[in-house]
Design a protein around this ligand. Structure first.
Ligand code: NAD
Length: 327
């Protein structure tokens, strides 16, 4: 008799390094995905990570965790998260990783699409906007089904710093970093809010009023965060693990959650500018509706002139990198 129990949701994570293993841990603790599998070319590493994770299963929602150096472990996954590849060494930018990580994608992506033909692909490997575009082209999948973690992490760094400056709960700060997950990213100050109050109108005794200096310091800190963490401990993992688990939850639970993920923009804009200013044929982050199909739509978010110009500059930077890779 055919089973009547609902199909379990399966997450496949490619790369069991600092980021991949922490995504698995965050998913496990939050109860995202009933089957989690990790694949890595380093068999000892993936087996050790999976053993350690399995020893914590008693304390979290029901799940199974497997790992292998055989890509077949990813078969029929609902979402494939790619974290494999080179990471920044102190002094390197994310863009410096483009060539090496594109080479890894050329091999991996076609095999993953064959093994998990219904999966949404979620790219985390850096430079994430470039790698998302590369994965989209190599996969042949519809644009909705290939996305990157984008500036979800940068936006959470941004919100944390605003919350700390104004002494309010981070959950009540609504503020977004758009564009490249990297040096040309754009803080959307004009739409930032605490509760329902626009940040530039925020002035509450004991909870601050944001000065120009505060804004500059906060944005410098957001951009500099990865460098600071990498210098101190070699990799960033906890916040990206939680951010990625949140994106996975939005996909697997069909949440229609608004997140600044990276996705292919087509004739996006004009964002307050002229029609010729529209952003086209590049992956970058703007707030998007994320659900079981992946990215349903990129929202035409309100931006002032400076923000739109910043976003177009970011698009140009990413496009140059994509072109230099022959895509
Ligand atoms: P890491 O070196 O700890 O792990 C990378 C893992 O990938 C290693 O275990 C390695 O064996 C594996 N690997 C390499 N080639 C592979 C292949 N062909 N198939 C399968 N596995 C392979 O690095 P990390 O700190 O986990 O970072 C991983 C990536 O994530 C880097 O590119 C890093 O820059 C990126 N990252 C992105 C964000 C973001 O916000 N998008 C945040 C942090 C890190």
């Amino acid at each position: 008799m055919p089973s009547t129990s609902p199909r379990t949701t399966k997450i496949a994570i490619i790369g069991a390094g600092s980021v991949g293993a922490t995504i698995a841990y965050a998913c496990m603790v939050r109860g995202v995905g009933q089957q989690i599998v990790l694949y890595d070319v380093n068999r000892e590493k993936v087996e050790a990570e999976v053993l350690d994770l399995n020893h914590g299963l008693q304390f979290v929602p029901m799940a199974t965790i497997e790992g292998s150096d055989d890509l077949g472990v990813c078969a029929d996954a609902d979402v494939v998260v790619v974290t494999a590849g080179a990471k920044q060494k102190p002094g390197q930018t994310r863009m410096d990783l483009a060539g090496a990580n594109t080479a890894i994608c050329r091999k991996l992506i076609p095999d993953l699409v064959r093994l998990a033909p219904r999966a949404v692909l979620l790219m985390v490997t850096n430079p994430v906007d470039v790698i998302t575009y590369v994965a989209l082209k190599l996969s042949g999948l519809p644009r909705q089904r290939v996305l990157g973690s984008g500036t979800v992490l940068d936006s959470s760094r941004f919100r944390f710093l605003i919350a700390r400056r104004c002494n309010v709960a981070v959950q009540n700060v609504h503020a977004t970093i758009a564009g490249e997950h990297g040096d040309s990213e754009v803080p959307l100050w004009s739409s930032a809010r605490i509760g329902n109050v626009l940040l530039h109108e925020w002035a509450v005794p004991a909870h601050g009023k944001m000065t120009v200096r505060d804004r500059t310091d906060i944005f410098v800190n957001v951009k500099d965060a990865a460098r600071q963490i990498i210098e101190g401990k070699g990799a960033t993992n906890y916040a990206i693990g939680l951010a990625t688990a949140k994106i996975l939850e939005a996909i697997l639970k069909d949440e229609n959650r608004i997140l600044p993920v990276s996705s292919l923009l087509t004739n996006y804009g004009p964002l307050g500018g002229a029609r010729g200013d529209a952003i086209d044929d590049v992956c970058l982050s703007v707030p998007c509706i994320v659900n079981r199909g992946g990215v349903e739509v990129a929202l035409n978010f309100p931006m002032n002139e400076a923000e739109s110009a910043g976003l177009r500059n970011s698009a140009e930077r990413i496009r140059e990198a994509i072109k230099s890779l022959g895509f």
